[in-house]
Design a protein around this ligand. Sequence first.
Ligand code: BDR
Ligand code: CA
Length: 313
Amino acid sequence: MHKVIFDTDPGVDDAMALLFLHRHPEIDLIGITSVFGNASIETTTRNALFLKQAWGIAAPVAKGLGEMFNPDRPHIDWPTGIHGHDGLGNIDVPDVIDLPLDHRPAHRFIIDTVRANPGEVTLVAVGRMTNLARALREDPDIASLVKAVVIMGGAFDVPGNITPAAEANIHGDPEAADAVMTAPWPVTVIGLDVTSQTVMTRAVLADIAERGGKAAKLLADISQFYIVFYEQHVDDGMVVHDSCACAYVVAPELFRTRSGPIRVLCGGIADGQTIQKPDGRLFPPNAWDNLPSQKACIGIDAEAVLKLIGDTL
Ligand code: BDR
Ligand code: CA
C-alpha cells in the first residue's frame, strides 16, 4: 500500500488524478494539500473540498499559503482559458463548501504527516512546487523521512507549454521547483516528455463516465471545457498530465527514466526550464555538481497508462 499526500491545484486534470488516487486499491490517500496554479489558492482549495465532498474522500484537505516561494516574484496569471474561471471547467462549483479544512497550512501538514510516518509517505505534487519547498525550508530533515517524491512538471527533451522553454507547474514558481529537485530526497519528474503523449479520447472518457458511476460522470462534465482547449493541440480528447504522475506510483514499469541531477533555471528568457545532467557525462565544474541524482521520465507506454487510468476510474 502506498501512503500518498496529494499536492494539487484542481484543475481539471488534477480532478481526474484525485479520483484515480481515491479509487486505486494500492493507494492510501492520507492527505490533500492545495496550491495555487490553475486558479488562485482560494479557488483550488474550494475545489479540493468540493471534490472531497462529491466523491466521499476521507483524507483531510490542508490549504497552501498562496505565496510564492520567492516573495519578490509576482504570480503568473491563472489559466482560465484551460481550466475555466472556476478551475473545474465552468461547471458552477458552489462558492462555499460546508466542510472543515485541516487546521494547519499545507506545508505544516506535510511536515507533521511525514514525521508521523517515517519512510512511508510518497508526495505526489502536480501543481506549483511551493508547498513542498516551504516544507523543506522549514524542516530540511524531512527529506530523509520521505519515501518518494513524484512530480508532474518540467520538459526535458521537448518544448515547454507556457514558454518554449518551460512547463507551467515549474514556470509558476521556479525557485520552489529548484529547491525540490536539488534536495536529498528521491524525486521522479513526470514531465511533458511523457504526459503530452498520454491523450484520453472523448470516447474513452464517455465510456468511463458510463461505467464509473456518478463520480465518473462528474469528472466527464468537468473535463469538457478542457477538452475544447486541447482541441488546438491534439486530434481528439484531453492530455491527462497529472494522472500520469499517479500512475507512476503504482506502475513505474510503464515509464522509462534517465538519472542525473536536475536544476531549474530561475530568471532570463528560459525562466523555469528544467535541465538534467545525465549521470556519467563529464563536464568542467558546474551548478549540477554534488547534487543528488534524480529521475526524469523520458519514455512511457501511453496505451498501458491510459488503460490503467481507465480501469481505475
Ligand atoms: C500542468 O499544468 C496544469 O495546467 C495542469 O494541471 C498540470 O498539472 C501541465 O503543464
Ligand atoms: Ca495540476
